[in-house]
Design a protein around this ligand. Structure first.
Ligand code: KIV
Ligand code: ZN
Length: 557
C-alpha cells in the first residue's frame, strides 16, 4: 500500500465519469480520449475514465484510455463499479491495459437510500461492502470505496461502513456528499471524525467528493483537506450531475494560491488549466460563464477605473494570482502572415500542443495562415481556439466547402451552401431564414435531411478588438428521436450479484459543435456542421464500440 505523503493532495479527476454523466455532456470516444490526454498533461493523479458496466461504449472508452493514457509515468486509471461482481469484473477488464489501475466501487450508507432505493438493511449493506470490496481487492491492489450519500448517513454507521471497507482491503476511502447537502463545517467535521475514529484509516487515503447543489462543493472539498483528506475528486469546469461537482481548477488554485494556509500541495501543472477548461467546454457544448472563477473570460479582467489604476501601478494590488499561472497569458505570437511552418511548429511546441499527425499539423497551419490574413495580432488564445476547433474529432460525414449569405436591413436573409457528402458527392442548396444563421442552417438541413432542433447557440469573442476571432458553440437535439435509447443506467440500482442491465445507456440525443472564425456567421456554420456530423456519426460509433467491447471480452461472464 502507498505510504501517503503528508502534504500531497491527490487530484482525482472524474470529468469523464461523474461529469460526462450529466445530461447533454456526452462525449464521443475520440473526445474522451482527447480529454484524457489533456488530463495527463495537466498531471492529474487519477483519471476516473468511466463506468464500464453502463454500456459497451463506456467500456470501450475506458479500455482505450487505459491503453493510451495509462502509461507507467501517466496517471492511475480508475473505473467505477457498483458493488456487484459483474460491474467489478467489467471495470477490471476495461482498465487492464493501464500500468496503474484502480477499481472504484460504491454502496449507499444513508438510511434514506438503503430503505427506499436499495431495500436493504444496514447489516445487509455491510455484508455487500465486505464481500465486494474484498472481491475487488482480489483483482486489484488499488481499490477505492465510496459510501454513497455519506453526507446524510448516520455518523456511527458511516464509521462502521468505512471500517469494514478498510478491513476488506480498500486503500482509498472516498466520502461523497452525493446530494450537496452539507455545509463546509459539517463536511470538514465528518472527515475529521472518520480520520480520528476509524481503525486503519491513517494508512489509507481519505478522499472528498462534493456536489454543488448549494454552491459549496469547492469549500466543502477544501474543508475536507483541512481535516485530513488527501485526495479531492473534482471535474473540469465543475461539470457533473445536477449542479455539478467541485471544480478542479478552483480547488487546485485555492491550494496553489493559499498553500501556506492549507499546508498542502498538488502536483497539477497549472499552466494547462485554461486549455483543459476550453477543451471540455467545447466538446460538451457548454460555455464557461464569463464570471467563473479561474477560467471565466472575466476572471482576470479589471474593469473599474480604480482597479485598473491599481493594477497598472502594481499588479498585486488587485490580483491574487496571475493569468499566466493558469495558462491564460495570451502572450503575443511573434508570427504573422509571412511566418513559416517551422516558427509555427515551434510555437505549438512551446504551448505544449502535440498533434497526432503531419496531416493534422498541415491543416492547422492552413487555418493559422488564413487567420493571419484576417487578423493582425494573433495571440495564444487564438491558437488555442483554433486547436480546440480542430481537435473536435467530429467525423466529417458532410464537409462544408462553401457558405455564402446575404442579409441586411430590408433584405430577406438568404444563404447558399456547398457540402461534400460521404462519398464525395457535391450538394449545393439555398434557403431563406429569419437571419443569416437561420438561412444557412436551413440550407444545410435541405442537404443533410436529418432535421434537428437547435437548443443552444452561443457566441464568444476570443480576444479584444473588431477583428477578434469568434467562437460559436451550438447544441442540437435530433428531431423525432426518442428521449432515451434503452434505460439510463441507474447508479443506485442493483447492488446484488443479480445485476439487471439494459446493456445500453441513455443518450440524451444532444450533440454539440464548436466553430471558430473571424466571421461569426461562418463560425456558426462550422459549429452546426460539427454538431450535425456528430449526430450522424453517433449511431455508427455505438455499433463500432459495441463490436470492440464484445471482441475484447465485455460481458463474457
Ligand atoms: O456522488 C456520488 O456519490 C458518486 C459516487 C458514485 C462516488 O458519484
Ligand atoms: Zn458524484
Amino acid at each position: 500500500m502507498e505510504t501517503p505523503a503528508v502534504d500531497h493532495v491527490r487530484i482525482f479527476d472524474t470529468t469523464l465519469r461523474d461529469g460526462e454523466q450529466a445530461p447533454g455532456c456526452t462525449m464521443t470516444l475520440e473526445e474522451k480520449l482527447e480529454v484524457a490526454r489533456q488530463l495527463a498533461r495537466l498531471n492529474v493523479d487519477i483519471i476516473e475514465a468511466g463506468f464500464p458496466a453502463a454500456s459497451p461504449g463506456d467500456w470501450a472508452a475506458v479500455h482505450e484510455i487505459a491503453r493510451e493514457v495509462g502509461t507507467p509515468n501517466g496517471p492511475i486509471i480508475a473505473a467505477l463499479a457498483r458493488a456487484n461482481r459483474d460491474d467489478i469484473e467489467k471495470a477490471w477488464s476495461a482498465i487492464q491495459p493501464a500500468a496503474k489501475k484502480r477499481i472504484h466501487t460504491f454502496m449507499s450508507t444513508s438510511d434514506i437510500h438503503l430503505e427506499h432505493q436499495f431495500r436493504k438493511t444496514r447489516e445487509e449493506a455491510l455484508v455487500i461492502i465486505r464481500e465486494m470490496v474484498s472481491f475487488a481487492r482480489s483483482l486489484c491492489d488499488d481499490v477505492e470505496f465510496s459510501p454513497m450519500d455519506a453526507g446524510r448517513s448516520d455518523p456511527l454507521f458511516l464509521r462502521q461502513a468505512v471500517a469494514v471497507a478498510i478491513e476488506a482491503g480498500a486503500t482509498t476511502l472516498n466520502i461523497p456528499d452525493t446530494v450537496g447537502y452539507l455545509t463546509p463545517d459539517e463536511y470538514g467535521a465528518m472527515i475529521r471524525d472518520l480520520y480520528e475514529n476509524v481503525p486503519g484509516i491513517k494508512q489509507c487515503i481519505l478522499s472528498t467528493h462534493c456536489h454543488d447543489d448549494l454552491g459549496v462543493a469547492v469549500a466543502n472539498s477544501l474543508a475536507g483537506v483541512r481535516n485530513g483528506a488527501r485526495q479531492v475528486e473534482c471535474t473540469i469546469n465543475g461539470i457533473g450531475e445536477r449542479a455539478g461537482n467541485a471544480s478542479l481548477e478552483e480547488v487546485v488554485m485555492a491550494i496553489h494560491t493559499r498553500g501556506q494556509f492549507y499546508g498542502v500541495r498538488t502536483q497539477i501543472n497549472t499552466r494547462e488549466i485554461a486549455r483543459t477548461s476550453r477543451l471540455v467546454s467545447s466538446f460538451i457544448g457548454v460555455p464557461v460563464p464569463p464570471n467563473k472563477a479561474i477560467v471565466g473570460a472575466n476572471a482576470f479582467a479589471h474593469e473599474s477605473g480604480i482597479h485598473q489604476d491599481g493594477v497598472l501601478k502594481h499588479r498585486q494590488t488587485y490580483e491574487i494570482m496571475s493569468a499566466e499561472t493558469v495558462g491564460l497569458d495570451g502572450s503575443e505570437l511573434v508570427l504573422g502572415k509571412h511566418s513559416g511552418r517551422h516558427a509555427f511548429r515551434t510555437k505549438l511546441n512551446a504551448m505544449g500542443i502535440e498533434l497526432e499527425s503531419e496531416e493534422e499539423f498541415q491543416h492547422l497551419f492552413e487555418r493559422f495562415k488564413d487567420l493571419c490574413d484576417r487578423k493582425k495580432r494573433v495571440d495564444e488564445r487564438d491558437i488555442l481556439a483554433l486547436v480546440t476547433g480542430e481537435l473536435q474529432h467530429a467525423p466529417e460525414i458532410y464537409r462544408l466547402e462553401h457558405v455564402q449569405y446575404n442579409s441586411g436591413l430590408g433584405m430577406i436573409p438568404t444563404a447558399t451552401v456547398r457540402l461534400i457528402g460521404p462519398e464525395g458527392q457535391v450538394y449545393v442548396d439555398s434557403d431563406t431564414g429569419t437571419g443569416p444563421v437561420d438561412a444557412i442552417y436551413r440550407a444545410i438541413n435541405r442537404v443533410v435531411q436529418r432535421p434537428s432542433e437547435l437548443i443552444e447557440f452561443s457566441i464568444n469573442a476570443i480576444t479584444e478588438g473588431l477583428d477578434a476571432v469568434a467562437e460559436v458553440t451550438v447544441r442540437i437535439r435530433e428531431q423525432g428521436a426518442p428521449d432515451t435509447e434503452g434505460a439510463r443506467v441507474d447508479l443506485g440500482a442493483s447492488t446484488s450479484t443479480t445485476t439487471v442491465l439494459t446493456g445500453k445507456r441513455a443518450t440524451q440525443q444532444i450533440f454539440s459543435g464548436y466553430g471558430v472564425h473571424t466571421d461569426t456567421i461562418v463560425a456558426a456554420a462550422q459549429a452546426y456542421m460539427a454538431a450535425l456530423n456528430k449526430m450522424l456519426a453517433a449511431r455508427q460509433e455505438r455499433i463500432k464500440a459495441e463490436a470492440v467491447a464484445y471482441a475484447a471480452g465485455y460481458g463474457t461472464d
